[in-house]
Design a protein around this ligand. Structure first.
Ligand code: HEC
Length: 173
């Protein structure tokens, strides 16, 4: 049983390497993802239309996930923020383990090396608990700012986390 589980993890890591963004692809926390191929497919199907296949949406006016979203695993409340986002909490992915896999794919593959060292992967139980309390759209900007400031203060996230993407406010030309 245990050997089978380990073999599954190893296989998952190989698939992960094939799909992964270059940074963070070898993160040992990827081992928590039961089916990384499914997690990747779920991200592409449900999220990439707005966020980009690799979480790269700049210069669109929405937060860039690539290389950044892992910072929100800094604190329990900011982890919960990721699950409680309307598009995540109300996702058509009803199976909480499958949604946890997709969020771990987002955090540790799309997010590259941005997840703090102490951050543990999402669990199905955590997802079940937090998605029952979805955020409402109107409060999202203030909510995000609060969690970004905490990540900057407590986990050493770059100040640019307050922006939607690196260089957002730079004048063009
Ligand atoms: C229709 C477009 C759209 C889809 C689909 C979508 N999002 Fe989003 N997402 C947004 C927008 C816009 C924001 C900014 C907050 C807001 O206004 O909702 C956002 C914010 C986020 C954030 C916050 C990032 C940060 O830095 O604060 C995360 C994480 C996220 N989305 C993940 C997902 C995931 C995972 C999915 C798929 C289940 C998804 N989104 C699907 C548009 C979308």
């Amino acid at each position: 049983m245990r050997a089978g589980w380990l073999a599954g993890v190893a296989a998952g890591l190989c698939v992960g390497a094939a799909y992964a963004a270059p940074v963070g692809a070898s993160d040992p926390r990827l081992a928590a993802i039961g089916d990384i191929e499914q997690a990747h497919a779920d991200f592409v199907e449900h999220c990439a239309g707005c966020h980009g296949v690799r979480g790269n949406s700049a210069p669109a006016a929405l937060p860039e996930l690539q290389g950044r979203v892992g910072w929100f695993l800094c604190m329990p409340q900011s982890r919960a923020y990721l699950i409680r986002l309307p598009n995540v909490a109300h996702s058509r992915i009803s199976d909480n383990a499958q949604l946890a896999d997709m969020l771990n794919y987002m955090a540790f593959v799309v997010g590259g090396s941005s997840a703090p060292a102490h951050a543990q992967p999402f669990t199905a139980q955590e997802v079940a608990q937090e998605r029952a309390h979805p955020l409402v759209s109107g409060s999202l900007t203030a909510e995000r700012r609060h969690h970004a400031l905490e990540a900057i203060k407590r986990c050493g996230a770059p100040a640019s986390l307050l922006l939607n993407y690196e260089g957002e406010n730079k004048k063009r030309g």
